[in-house]
Ligand binder design. Structure first.
Ligand code: F6R
Length: 599
């Protein structure tokens, strides 16, 4: 989280940085700021609490001009959301921006304060600025001072540094994303995200951990140094992203709505890509590996759906792990086990840490990931790109669908097996069915208008629909700021049923499978005056309408085990309209960020 953009070269970089920050605003929008360097070397910081729009208004008034600029959009970790804690942090000598967390900030801060250093903010980031300033006063050498400061701080971080001494930029990272790039004209760039550099650079250069990138505008090139100041070769160069990857909302009011509507086409394109691999990940053998699937939030829900496919279609044993928990248990991994990491961004800190752990254990690692070139993509032995295109809405929609579909394909092609295969046909049906469902958005909107003001929403499902109940609840709570929970339908009577009254809506997913049992669970809620919104099989409409306050009839025919994805789209639309009626910030819900790069 937090977005960083910097540039140095021949041209005024202010607009470039503002445009880059705008692209990265989904990473955090608590505050935004930028620093410029005046021709006399003095550094000027412009910052505003809130969204980039506020910073843009300030820049419009002040009209700073500079060929060297760094900018930041913040998702607050240490220090409340205000202007004082906004980045960049600076003094006469340096201005810095930071993404990540300095875990030992408190102790370093105490040490520096004991030496009489006065802090201007409550952030951990300022600790790096103060260390840098201190070491520069001792060494008069920027690269050495960065190295010394960096060696002191613990945790996953990326820093970009501007100085009074030259028009260059410096950057360094550990465990947080950082990318540099050069344009054909010699303009140099650095960012926390390749997306900010789209269309600007002819290449993307990814420095490895603890490598100092030196963006030297005099020589119009970027050099890399180890912490001992020796030239480094520890970086990877990749192709630039294309222009068309920069996206707009088009005709839609929100990115989330646009992304929901992109799903039929994406699913259809998935059909065209469907081929059988020449070689399977697992050669049939007597000693089958255990699969560990990792993810966070929505990606974890995708993992739960994928586990169901794998268990149905293969003989493999499989568990789904919350990436943020796994490392703190005592997991028993064996050499031939396989770890699958699911992530839209490929930058989620907890997922990356689990991937690192698995690599250290010598386990084969695969990713199901959206962003090509992301840290996860570069970490894993094998990658399956979900090809959902850029997802800008903070609440994940199309990425979930494509993650699950990719897992569906993988479950059929991971291992040479004789078990159940459903193949491509249900995928084709899914594309059509989602398209039809989008045409019924108004029907769903009407239900949202009826129930939006209720105090609580409990989503229930069984079997393959349990992950969808979890995902439906997550979507509603994150964009509509309303209490929502996902429950396995059969678990309600073990506690949550105590919550039920006329202010609670039960969104009951009642699919043809396990229908009788799931239906009884909904009736139990109705008997306690709960409001029932059933999303169920249209063939059973008469029976379901008897106990439902609202009913959305769906056609499950021909979808086989992909039907949960179809139901999920109905829940995405529902959440979208509840949030719209409530007037929340749908694409950038409060307190959230698109890439969670802190643990
Ligand atoms: C919810 C959502 C989050 C992400 C989670 C993991 O709508 O988007 O729960 O799924 O933060 O992010 P990625 O997939 O980027 O690893």
């Amino acid at each position: 989280m937090c977005g960083i953009v910097g540039t140095t070269g021949m041209i005024n970089g202010v607009d470039i940085v503002l445009e880059g920050l705008t692209r990265l605003e989904y990473r955090g929008y608590d505050s935004a700021g930028l620093s410029v360097r005046n021709p006399d070397g003095s550094l000027q910081v412009h910052r505003r609490e809130g969204k980039i729009e506020h910073l843009k208004n300030l820049i419009e008034q002040k009209k700073p001009v500079s060929s060297v600029v760094i900018g930041h959009t913040r998702w607050a970790t240490h220090g409340v959301v205000n202007e004082q804690n906004a980045h960049p942090h600076g003094n006469d000598l340096f201005s810095i921006v930071h993404n990540g967390i300095i875990e030992n900030a408190y102790e370093i801060k105490q040490e520096l304060m004991n030496e009489g250093i006065v802090f201007q903010s409550d952030t951990d980031s300022e600790v790096f600025l103060q260390l840098l300033t201190l070491y520069f006063k001792q060494t008069q050498n920027i690269v050495k001072s960065i190295a010394k400061s960096f060696e002191r701080v613990k945790g996953n971080s990326a820093f970009v540094i501007m100085s009074k001494m030259d028009e260059h930029l410096y950057a360094i990272k550990h465990g947080a994303p950082l990318v540099c790039g050069e344009s054909a004209q010699g303009q140099l760039y650095v960012s926390s995200d390749p997306y900010a550099l789209t269309g600007l650079t002819q290449n993307l250069i990814f420095p490895e951990n603890s490598v100092i990138a030196h963006l030297n505008s005099d020589e119009q090139k970027i050099s890399f140094y180890e912490l001992n100041s020796k030239l480094s070769k520890r970086y990877k160069v990749e192709d630039k992203l294309d222009h068309q990857d920069v996206v707009s909302k088009g005709e839609f009011e929100h990115f989330m709505l646009k992304e929901i509507h992109e799903q039929p086409l994406l699913v259809q394109q998935f059909c065209h890509r469907w081929t059988e691999p020449e070689k399977r990940v697992i050669e049939q053998s007597s000693d089958l590996p255990h699969l560990f699937i990792f993810g966070c939030g929505t990606a974890w829900h995708a993992g739960l759906s994928i586990k169901n496919f794998i268990e149905k279609k293969t003989e493999l044993r499989c568990s789904v792990e919350l990436a943020s928990e796994f490392r703190y248990r005592q997991p028993k991994l064996r050499k031939n086990d396989i770890a699958i990491f699911i992530s839209q961004s490929g930058e989620t800190a907890d997922t990356l840490a689990s991937a690192q752990l698995c690599r250290e254990e010598g386990i084969q690692t695969l990713s199901i990931v959206n962003v090509k070139g992301s840290t996860l993509y570069r970490t894993c032995d094998q990658n399956y790109l979900i090809q959902a295109g850029p997802e800008i809405g903070v609440a994940s929609t199309k990425a979930f669908t494509m993650q699950v579909l990719t897992g569906y394909w993988l479950s059929e092609n991971l291992i040479q097996n004789k078990s159940l295969k459903s193949g491509i046909k249900p995928v084709e049906v899914l594309a059509q069915r989602i398209q039809e469902l989008l045409g019924r958005s108004q029907e769903i909107q009407k239900i949202a208008e009826e129930v939006y003001s209720k105090k609580s929403f409990i989503f229930t499902g069984r079997g393959d629909y349990f992950p969808i109940a979890l995902e439906g609840a997550l979507k509603l709570k994150e964009i509509a700021y309303v209490h929502a929970e996902g429950y396995a339908a059969g678990e309600l009577k073990h506690g949550p049923i105590a919550l039920i009254d006329s202010e609670v809506v039960n969104i009951a997913i009642i699919a043809p499978e396990l229908m009788d049992k799931t239906l009884s669970n909904a009736v139990e809620v109705k008997s306690r005056k709960g409001v029932i919104f059933t999303v169920g099989d249209e063939k059973q409409a008469v029976q379901m309408k008897e106990f439902s306050d609202y009913f959305l009839g769906l056609n499950f025919e021909g979808l086989a085990e992909l039907a949960p994805l179809y139901v999920n789209v109905a829940l995405q639309i529902f959440s979208y309209y509840v949030a719209k009626i409530k007037g929340t910030d749908i694409d950038k819900p409060r307190n959230l960020a698109k890439s969670v790069t802190v643990e």
